[in-house]
Design a protein around this ligand. Sequence first.
Ligand code: DAH
Length: 346
Amino acid sequence: MNNVEKLLLEFKKKIKNLDTIHDLETIQIIYLGRKGLINHLLQSITNLKSEEKKDFGLKVNKLKTSINQLIGVKRQQLIKKPDTASYFDITLPGKQYPKGSLHLISNAIEKISDIFKKIGFIRMTYPEVEWEYFSFDSLNMPKGHPARDDFETLFIDAAESKKYGKMILSPHTSSCQVREMMRVGKPPIRMINIAKCYRPNWDVTHTPMFHQFESLCVDKNINITNLKGTIDYFVKEYFGEEFEARLRPFHFQFTEPSFEIDITCAVCLGKGEISGQQCKVCKSGWLELAGAGMVHPNVLKAGKIDPSKYTGWAFAFGIERLIIIQTKMDNIRILYDGDIRFLKEF
Ligand code: DAH
């Protein structure tokens, strides 16, 4: 048997028991590759006498064609009969990777956005690194107001603006009010702003960074009934039908009249007592949750809106407070500890 026949025989033996395309491709390279056995065989032509060369060349070419054909046939067989190693069953369920979930704060933010989207409020974002002007002056809070003290507000060590005063971390979302009035120019305004706020406090009910959401509505003939109606709608959508809201007179510089908003206590469900004992969480059946009021004429003026033509209301809820009430959590700082055991609870 000559070398050519030997090679073909060997090749046939090798591919007979192959059962993966990958193995077939490896054999293909061994035989037909640039440095493969066939080329190697061809190179031996130089050792032959000139009259033998033609015949040898023809035989090697035939061998090459046969091997190519055999590979083609084997490939078809392997494709039809899927091999165990490279066969992929697309109908099998995929691997289950561990899934994360949204943080309670992110969840609350999405829920609030959806609730207000349904009644036509747009969601805006405004700077959290803010000028004193938008957080205080434009909101009718004069220079000596106690909230402007550095016990209450975090000041940034940066150059002061002649027009807007010092740079601060915004202590509340209300700094969006005049910015939104200036952006819109002419009412109607129906907006919510959900943002981080910063105050130098750190205890079981306060973190230096927290979240608020502010709602602002300015138009012709807007009154307290509209404010109460919107708050009732929000409280029932967010907490459930059994929850009520009430307005209690209060004082804020940027609203007149001003209110605090209380809602039904989730622990005693508004009864103020549990089995004859006063509810420890609320003591009265109500929990204080937000500030609200009719936008002060000076604030409308700062936003270049004529208070004789337009009126408006505004309110702001603390998002961490919403979560405390919902989950009956007693230490707000746990929200920011990043403890996976706590996060897995929700
Ligand atoms: N900005 C106030 C705070 O952080 C809350 C507030 C009160 C917002 C009354 C309002 C409002 O929009 O009308 O304590």
